[in-house]
Design a protein around this ligand. Structure first.
Ligand SMILES: Nc1nc2c(ncn2[C@@H]2O[C@H](COP(=O)(O)OP(=O)(O)OP(=O)(O)O)[C@@H](O)[C@H]2O)c(=O)[nH]1
Ligand SMILES: [Mg+2]
Length: 242
């Protein structure tokens, strides 16, 4: 295959999201694929599918297939079909709910058993979702990082609500599974424009020294702009009140 054909050829990556009910798997998939978030909880029945096409490094036509598995699938009999031939598995827990973290052991044991006969294990990552609710965190960072390291998994905190780290994490893992390195400008492109209401206590990323926005009586919007490389700005991030 000529270089050009290789670059344009379709690449397919299967990403499976598992974890406890209510941990935020559907919210992560929705944020990543549609840039949407809903506060309303509608439990997933069985499984849902999401698709996103993007360009990753030299590969111009990468299809990311997200398999959004119900938290109830741990006790069901379909999990083997869901994780079959997965390239990446995201083990999602809610940083404000320790039982959602504890139950990851069971998901991992189940997935390991189901993957016994496969040639290569999928890439696994622990995802601590709802990090916008830092003030309600019940799972200590050291504990979750240690757990991921002991298992040889990647680790990422994220927020489906603000979009913090959602795209960057998924895209980085996908790039890794294709064996490509993302450039700095690719990485910047996948950083979200984070919009949060002052009035909620939100952990704002990127801003120097991980600043916490305090509660204030009047709700205003605070926006963190991650400027794309083409912008005529010398700084990579700026903060404005609207
Ligand atoms: N604050 C906050 N709430 C979130 C976040 N992600 C999800 N939620 C809320 O958590 C609830 C559950 O989210 P879902 O995405 O439906 O959870 P799920 O893991 O798909 O649950 P099942 O489908 O039952 O397995 C919803 O009310 C979401 O609005 C987040 O990052 N921050
Ligand atoms: Mg769901």
């Amino acid at each position: 295959m000529a270089d050009n054909e290789e670059e344009l050829a379709e690449r397919r990556i299967k990403i499976v999201l598992v974890g406890d009910s209510g941990a935020g798997k559907t919210s992560i998939a929705l944020k990543f694929c549609n840039d949407e978030f809903s506060r309303q909880y509608s439990p997933t029945a069985g499984i849902d599918f999401f698709l996103k096409n993007l360009s990753l490094g030299i590969y111009k036509n990468v299809n990311l297939h997200l398999w959004d598995v119900s938290g109830l699938a741990l006790r069901g009999n379909m999990l083997d079909k869901y994780v079959y031939e997965a390239n990446i598995i995201l083990l999602v827990y809610d940083v404000t709910n320790s039982s959602s973290f504890d139950i990851l052991e069971e998901w991992i044991a189940e997935i390991r058993e189901l993957s016994q006969d496969v040639d290569s294990m999928p890439m696994m990552a622990i995802v601590g979702n709802k990090c916008d609710m830092e003030h309600q965190r019940t799972v200590k960072r050291e504990r979750s990082h240690r757990f991921a390291a002991e298992n040889g998994f990647h680790y990422q905190d994220m927020s489906a609500r603000t979009g913090e780290s959602v795209s960057l994490c998924i895209v980085n893992l996908a790039a890794k599974s294709l064996g490509v390195r993302l450039t700095k400008s690719d990485q910047d492109f996948h950083r979200p424009i984070v919009t949060a209401e002052i009035g909620d206590s939100v952990d704002i990323p990127i801003v120097k020294n991980r600043k916490i926005v305090k509660r204030r009586p009047n709700k205003k919007q605070i926006t963190i702009h991650h400027f794309r490389p083409n912008f005529p700005m010398s700084k990579s991030a700026a903060c404005s009140l609207q």
